[in-house]
Ligand binder design. Sequence first.
Ligand code: NAG
Ligand code: NAG
Ligand code: NAG
Ligand code: NAG
Length: 671
Amino acid sequence: MSANLMATVVLFLLAMTTAIMVLVSGDDTSFVFNGFRSANLTMGGDASVNSNGLLQLTNETKMHVGHAFYPSPLVFTNTSSFSTTFVFAIRPFYPAVSGHGIAFVISPTKAFPGARPGQYIGLFNETTNGDPTNHVFAAEFDTMQTSEFGDIDNNHVGIDINGLNSTISAPASYCINGSHFQNLSLISGLPMQAWVDYDGGSKQINVTLAPINVKKPETPLLKLSLDLSHVLTYSSYVGFSSSAGSLLTSHYVLGWSFKLNGVAQNLDVSQLPKLPRIIGGTKQSVILSIGLSLLSHCLLFLVISSVFYYRYRKRKFSEVVEEWEQEYGPHRFKYKDLYIATKGFGEKELLGCGGFGKVYRGTMPGSKIEVAVKKVSNESRQGVREFVAEIVSIGRLRHRNLVPLLGYCRRRGELLLVYDYMPNGSLDKYIHNQPSVILNWAQRFKIIKGVALVLRYLHEECEKVVVHRDIKASNIMLDSELNGRLGDFGLARLYDHGSDPQATRVVGTFGYLAPEQARTGRARTRSDVYAFGAFLLEVACGRKPIERESEEERVILVDWVYGLWSKGEIIEAKDGNLGREYSAEEVELVLKLGLLCSSSEPLRRPSMRQVVLYLNWEVPLPDMSCFSLYSSRGLSFGSHGFCDSTACVPSYFDKSVSHCSVVESLLSGGR
Ligand SMILES: *[C@@H]1O[C@H](CO)[C@@H](O)[C@H](O)[C@H]1NC(C)=O
Ligand SMILES: *[C@@H]1O[C@H](CO)[C@@H](O)[C@H](O)[C@H]1NC(C)=O
Ligand SMILES: *[C@@H]1O[C@H](CO)[C@@H](O)[C@H](O)[C@H]1NC(C)=O
Ligand SMILES: *[C@@H]1O[C@H](CO)[C@@H](O)[C@H](O)[C@H]1NC(C)=O
């Protein structure tokens, strides 16, 4: 009986033990969730599982909390051990500042009705925090330093019993080689793995942290000797709780493995759900991406605008340089320098508008030399080479009565000629239109002699014959000492000594244009003499070669002077502005020489060498008693049918034969 009883008791005990064993190690004592798609979690607050199986405890909603618990309670006995591991991520809305943390929780309930969000992470409130009747164990991953709980910093791991005043805590970090701990940022947004192990035998709690893909460190971050059997109730739930706090934060759990009385199975990292992509994912990443795209747009804009600016500057200062110009190197100016010198060819620097372009005053950067820059538009590329050759060779000419040509610059459709700046401007300003400053006779005579000298030099004394082609008062510049200086070689052409000048287009100014030049389009030294004659009369009489008295009547200066000379009153032709301070002999000489040079027959005009001799009184003027200004042929046209411009249109003579003959007759025919 006793044996039977004994057997029965043993059997009963055995059955009881088995029953207990079954309860203790019941169906749900071990689970692995590599993502929560198939998990039947009990969730509270804002917690949700998305279609990828990602558990999101908080969704950035201000001050909200989220809970997620394994649905069935587990049985914790005095000797129960447990082991759990999970992968989580904390993503703050604003980088580097975060709401509160996340905690692994073992609790007698899955719901916390009176609990508060924020620092209480949805588990406790002011009255319940720290209450031993809570029977709550938590491993917290706290991203805020709450002083009322004695938090060590805003990035720590702690073990909490019944309240949030951690029993033990340490800065979030992981052991890399047995003793050295590497800091981790909980709010980095990167997934990291945690292990919480409790040995019911040795009453030892270990909490370990590591970045994802790093093997569980051998040395745990936190080690606490504590008998949890006094804390946990027999039946408890396991899960997570977190609170976003006032600083919007998302808390994610990617995977979770748990085992009672054993070692939790490893998570399969490759199977874990992906976190939302930063770009286009959370609001934080929206801001980030907006910022990034703004930044990249700004960068792009900067790059593009600098490219455009560079191209604009390149274009703005672009020049045309060809190989043949190498030899003129020293005479070549940089457009940029000229641009700077003339203050961008500003209206303020405009000295005047000539027939061929505008002239600007400028100060060269660096050398501070004052220059006059003439912009000649030059649409056709033809003849540019010859033109440049000419101006450069003219630039090599040196005479005290020449305006020095310093060099040139070439751009598309534009030629820039750089001259010495003549402070007193051009002679015509001192003669015509009631000038404010009137030159006296001595000054005029000096200018006339100077111009005669430079023409003699150009015609006879330099290597090549230079025909200026456009001698007139407005092309005579006055330097600081009021010396006359011949300028504007824009129209000059060079000819070899003796060779027949090529007939090109007719250039020159009406009234100064020799009849044969108008007729043939060929300029020779003698046509320069003709123009010089007109210039002499212009300076002595203070009148233009052709003056319009009224709509009907025009005065041809040379005819008028000739008329006075015929009557023996040539001195009456002198400029009224001269006053009494003049040498009648010299005035008469200049007027007569003017007539002589204005002869319609080229061969009857003196050469410039002779002109200089006459002006210096070295040779007396030839007897002019039988002098006739014009050849006998031709009709008188009076002043009718005259070209109405003082500036001649080059093609005018080439194209229109009838006009040509009119002009020719007018200029060469007697009256
Ligand atoms: C966050 O969760 C709350 C409550 O579940 C919901 O009303 C809200 O729309 C969610 N917000 C986002 C951005 O998912
Ligand atoms: C999920 O758990 C609840 C109880 O917590 C239960 O009522 C429900 O049937 C379970 N669902 C599934 C699919 O297991
Ligand atoms: C704290 O929560 C408990 C229940 O969990 C509730 O009875 C109590 O009123 C709450 N206290 C406060 C201050 O909210
Ligand atoms: C790690 O973090 C702690 C606390 O924030 C700090 O005192 C320590 O200097 C950090 N160590 C390193 C190597 O950054």
